[in-house]
Design a protein around this ligand. Structure first.
Ligand code: CA
Length: 229
């Protein structure tokens, strides 16, 4: 499950991001309306948390534009004060829910779960690559009949790659999405986590699913013929 948090107050963004990551969500961030729209167009988010007061393009306009583009991801609006006016504008623009700041984090989580549950009934959410299955609703991962236990970072890394089967995930993409924008590209942390994932997912199986693209990154793919890597 990938959630986009759009909020220009860095403290609040960090707080939400950290909290959601503890719950195994993958979190992307945007700090103004323009950046948000760019990212929403490129990426496939499961849910968007959208502040109303934003630089460049405000949250209500962002929401309206997202819906114009027929992007159906649920949107939770954040409002600074509980003015009926903002709430109505937000809901009219196509938001699904709203929260008044300051809010209890548990309440945000409950709203997210409710919206994602609603989504789940309309679309199948299980990710599959060959016989590897990841269920974002339950966070269960199976390779064939074998259940695989993953740490929070391993889970998010796998979720990220399984949403892009057959496509190269560069170190930068992985770093920014899993470790955030302060990611230090010189470290070998990604390679270390990939090796953990390989041990859990590929070791003992004939078909390897995680492939190294030398000097670039990794991809997850099920191929019926062997790969020379
Ligand atoms: Ca704001």
């Amino acid at each position: 499950m990938t959630i986009l948090v759009v909020e220009d107050e860095i403290k609040i963004t960090r707080f939400i991001k950290k909290g959601l990551e503890m719950e195994h969500y993958t979190v992307d961030t945007a700090y103004d309306g323009e950046e948000a729209l760019d990212k929403i167009e490129i990426n496939d988010y499961d849910l968007i948390i959208l502040d109303i007061m934003l630089p460049k393009i405000n949250g209500i306009e962002v929401c309206a534009k997202v819906r114009e583009k027929k992007i159906e991801a649920p949107i939770i609006m954040l409002t600074a004060k509980d003015t009926v006016d903002d709430r109505i504008k937000g809901l009219d623009a196509g938001a699904d829910d709203y929260l008044v700041k300051p809010f209890a984090f548990g309440e945000l989580l409950a709203r997210i779960r409710a919206l994602l549950r609603r989504e789940k009934t309309t679309k199948a959410t299980k990710l599959k690559v060959g016989d590897l299955v990841l269920d974002p609703a339950t966070h269960e991962v199976f390779r064939g009949d074998k259940e695989i236990e993953l740490s929070s970072k391993e889970y998010r890394l796998l979720d990220y790659m399984m949403r892009r089967p057959g496509n190269v995930c560069t170190r930068t993409m992985i770093g920014e999405h899993i470790w955030g924008y302060n990611f230090n590209d010189d470290s070998n942390v990604i390679d270390v986590y990939i090796s953990y994932l390989r041990k859990k997912i590929d070791t003992g199986f004939n078909k390897k699913l995680i492939h190294t693209i030398r000097d670039v990154g990794y991809k997850i793919q099920y191929k019926s013929r062997p790969i020379n890597r």
